[in-house]
Ligand binder design. Sequence first.
Ligand SMILES: *[C@@H]1O[C@H](CO)[C@@H](O)[C@H](O)[C@H]1NC(C)=O
Ligand SMILES: *[C@@H]1O[C@H](CO)[C@@H](O)[C@H](O)[C@H]1NC(C)=O
Ligand SMILES: *[C@@H]1O[C@H](CO)[C@@H](O)[C@H](O)[C@H]1NC(C)=O
Ligand SMILES: *[C@@H]1O[C@H](CO)[C@@H](O)[C@H](O)[C@H]1NC(C)=O
Length: 235
Amino acid sequence: MKLALVILVAGYFCAVSCHHSCLQGPNHKAFPGPEIGFQECFLYAEDSCCYANFTEKLAQSPVIEVDNYYWNRCGNLSKSCEDYMKKLECFYQCSPMTAHWVHPNVSDAVQHIPLCHSFCDSWFEACKSDLVCARNWISDWIIDENGNHCKNDCIPFHEMYANGTDLCQSAWGESFVVSSSPCRCLDMTETDKKVIKYILDDDHSEESSEKKDCKPGLQKPKDKEGEGEEGEEGR
Ligand SMILES: *[C@@H]1O[C@H](CO)[C@@H](O)[C@H](O)[C@H]1NC(C)=O
Ligand SMILES: *[C@@H]1O[C@H](CO)[C@@H](O)[C@H](O)[C@H]1NC(C)=O
Ligand SMILES: *[C@@H]1O[C@H](CO)[C@@H](O)[C@H](O)[C@H]1NC(C)=O
Ligand SMILES: *[C@@H]1O[C@H](CO)[C@@H](O)[C@H](O)[C@H]1NC(C)=O
């Protein structure tokens, strides 16, 4: 009973301000905050849901295993493909934004996070010649104490997935959708921190923030990266 109450209360606060919580899961902190000593996932160091020690496992190449989940069941990934795997792993484990999309029934899972079409296409391009045996990397495995094992043959990404959209909407189960908007979407870059306000503010922010927080506008090279609240606000 007490636990149920705690969950209810936590759910209430999440609805009010999910910014102040993290997903559950072995590598997740209770609340996001700055971390010192990141070796990967630098995008999230100043406000992170993972501890810095988690990033050690991702700082090598090839990454072999994270949390008893093996990345090399079809051989080592290419560097370009691995970089995308790392971006997504960093996002899931460390981003303070993910709790906005927590799965209603699974507290360490996310649902329908809007990714940019261009991000998905680039991910597909980076991995298309790499090999993969699971279409859904969350469920399509035989799992035992030695981790995940292929159920099916290893085939190239470009045979497993039709295109970037298919990859984004299949590989992590229901975690991601490809946004129909080039503005309201995440692409695992610095600009996500601004775009997220626009994504979450969906109802009452039409024209003004359309310009200010639209992804392509933010990515024009005139801003220095990592300037925090500065940027185009003065325009
Ligand atoms: C990582 O660091 C956190 C906080 O310092 C600690 O609680 C946790 O046990 C560490 N995990 C590992 C695997 O060392
Ligand atoms: C995969 O990477 C590991 C670690 O660097 C290396 O020992 C191994 O030979 C590589 N495997 C293949 C098939 O290249
Ligand atoms: C969550 O669980 C409820 C009750 O079992 C179910 O009806 C619903 O479809 C589930 N939601 C999702 C997104 O899986
Ligand atoms: C991607 O593949 C899916 C599934 O085959 C298809 O329905 C969709 O039209 C394709 N999208 C693009 C942009 O080619």
